[in-house]
Design a protein around this ligand. Structure first.
Ligand code: ZN
Length: 260
């Protein structure tokens, strides 16, 4: 199976591989990473060149749809944290393959040997707020933490786990690879506690793709939750319009409804 690898992706791979040795390697000044990659270019790269976009009928997409159905029937309650983590790790790997060029689960040299670029953890601790996951820079490296229970102690449904993995992956991708020197970096990435405009463009783009693949009603509910969350986090900026919408920002105009 072959697919086109955009040259910018090679730059991002170099950055990923040197994450531990040279954490500041995100610069167009470096001879090894010649492409500037502000947050908008990174999002455009996903919307133009990711596997999901290049071939919507490819084997990974078909596999993802099959696994999605399987996930909906899985009994997460009976799994301990380690088993749940393993299951979620496979979903993260799929999301990563389809949308993030395999960068986030790429094996890289870490603090203590080879590890995945972004670590995944599952915790039984109740979250302090109304959230299900968090992306953080830890001593061991960038990490995604998933809270298996909500504040009432009820285990999350599969779709919530999956949409949280997507949400936190968007944080990880923008945090690790965006050129922080770009004049719009603050508003594109950092505003609203890391939920700047490009975060929403990317998050909405991927959520919509998954909706198109799965045609799942329960996924549509996750998309509504995402919109509530956007209004909640950004206050006025969450209203429908061109702020944070993929169609205008990276795809050059509105597409007809139902476009996959
Ligand atoms: Zn977030």
């Amino acid at each position: 199976m072959s697919y086109y690898i955009h040259p910018d992706v090679l730059t991002l791979k170099t950055i990923a591989d040197n994450r531990w040795k040279e954490p500041s390697l995100h610069s167009a000044n470096s001879p090894r990473t010649k492409t500037p990659h502000d947050a908008q270019s990174l999002v455009r790269l996903v919307s133009n060149s990711s596997w999901a976009v290049q071939d919507p009928y490819s084997e990974p997409v078909t596999r993802f749809i099959k696994w999605y159905r399987k996930g909906q029937e899985m009994d997460f309650k009976s799994m301990d944290n380690e088993k749940l983590r393993d299951e979620l790790q496979s979903y993260l790997a799929d999301i990563d393959d389809l949308f993030f060029f395999g960068l986030l689960t790429r094996k890289v040299k870490g603090k203590s040997g080879t590890q995945k670029l972004v670590l995944l953890r599952v915790t039984s601790e109740a979250p302090k707020g109304n959230y299900c996951g968090a992306y953080k820079m830890e001593d061991e490296g960038p990490s995604i933490r998933i809270h298996r229970y909500d504040r009432q102690g009820i285990i999350r449904p599969f779709e919530k786990f999956l949409s949280t993995l997507v949400h936190e992956s968007c944080h990880a991708y923008l945090d690790i690879f965006s050129d922080t020197r770009h004049s719009k970096h603050q508003e594109w990435v950092c505003d609203y506690g890391g939920h700047g405009e490009m975060f929403w463009v990317l998050f909405r783009f991927i959520m919509e793709k998954i909706r198109a693949y799965t045609r799942s009603e329960r996924w549509e509910r996750q998309m509504k939750d995402m919109e509530y969350e956007c209004v909640d986090i950004t206050k006025t900026k969450g209203r429908p319009g061109d702020w944070g919408t993929p169609a205008r920002t990276v795809m050059g105009g509105f597409l007809s409804p139902g476009y996959a």
